[in-house]
Ligand binder design. Structure first.
Ligand SMILES: [Zn+2]
Length: 270
């Protein structure tokens, strides 16, 4: 019944505008293939926003290109390849290249971006979201163990809680790619998936050739793992997912406040 509840709440239809925000190319396939297929089938408008090109990915690149030292040009080329893989995966899922955007922020650098340039980053993301007016927003969870994922999760928490006006209506859901946070998995809703959707998810994952070269089994395992989404309340994302009660944005850093009231600088939540 939980599954039916989740689908009823997501409620994609012709008027839906579904925005997926992903830290890297491949997150769309690993975490949201089923959700995207269901949105496409419902006739919803789609927008997929990638924060980075996934270009700081040295081990697969060293193996595939047989090159130990990687320079800026090498990384740029790798990022281009990963963008093309993401577009191919989206096409499998029914999403056209016109519906994707790549921000080109520094891969493995989203925590740093938040700490150093918090306010302008928040404003930029708020403009991206309000400029497209999504009815549904799919975002990385702050409970994800990858620093880029949880940093982007924190950023979007602030955008939803403090930057976008409260009368800006959108239904926000978080997803986890890395880790097994009990706080997330015990609360998140599973999406039912048909065999056809699962097969298509596998095809989408296989478009990420640079990634499955070294991690084929691990990547394909995502196809059979049910997708889970946790609905975010505009002012209670932190208490929903972690032990932290509240977060405070300062010009140059983010502080987290514990349940006892103590403040500490934000570092990647693991
Ligand atoms: Zn990722």
């Amino acid at each position: 019944m939980l599954q039916d509840f989740c689908m009823a709440e997501l409620g994609f239809d012709l008027l839906s505008r579904v925005m997926l925000i992903a830290p890297h190319p491949d997150d769309e396939s690993l975490a949201c293939s089923i959700a995207l297929q269901q949105a496409v089938r419902a006739g919803a408008s789609l927008r997929v926003v990638y924060a980075t090109n996934g270009d700081d990915n040295p081990w697969p690149q060293r193996v595939l290109e047989r090159k130990w030292r990687l320079n800026t040009a090498d990384r740029k080329r790798w990022g281009k390849l990963r963008r093309a893989e993401a577009l191919a995966a989206l096409k499998i899922l029914g999403v056209s290249p016109d519906e994707a955007r790549f921000l080109g922020w520094r891969d493995q650098g989203l925590t740093d971006l938040l700490m150093r340039d918090c306010r302008s980053t928040l404003q930029r993301f708020a403009a991206i979201i309000s400029g497209w007016s999504p009815t549904h927003l799919l975002v990385p969870s702050i409970a994800d163990t990858h620093p880029d994922h949880n940093a982007l999760g924190v950023l979007l928490y602030f955008v939803l809680a403090d930057v976008l006006p409260m009368d800006f209506e959108t239904s926000a859901w978080s997803y986890v790619v890395h880790g097994r946070s009990a706080a997330f998995f015990e609360r998140a809703q599973k999406l039912p998936q048909s065999r056809i959707e699962t097969a298509r998810k596998k095809l989408a994952i296989c478009c990420h050739k640079t990634q499955i070269k070294l991690s084929r089994r691990r990547f394909l395992a995502y196809a059979n793992r049910p997708e889970r989404l946790l609905k975010l309340e505009r002012r209670s994302c932190f208490s929903d997912e972690t032990d932290w009660r509240e977060a405070v944005a300062r010009p140059s850093q983010i502080l987290l406040q514990s349940r006892t009231g103590a403040l500490r600088p934000f570092v990647a939540i693991r």
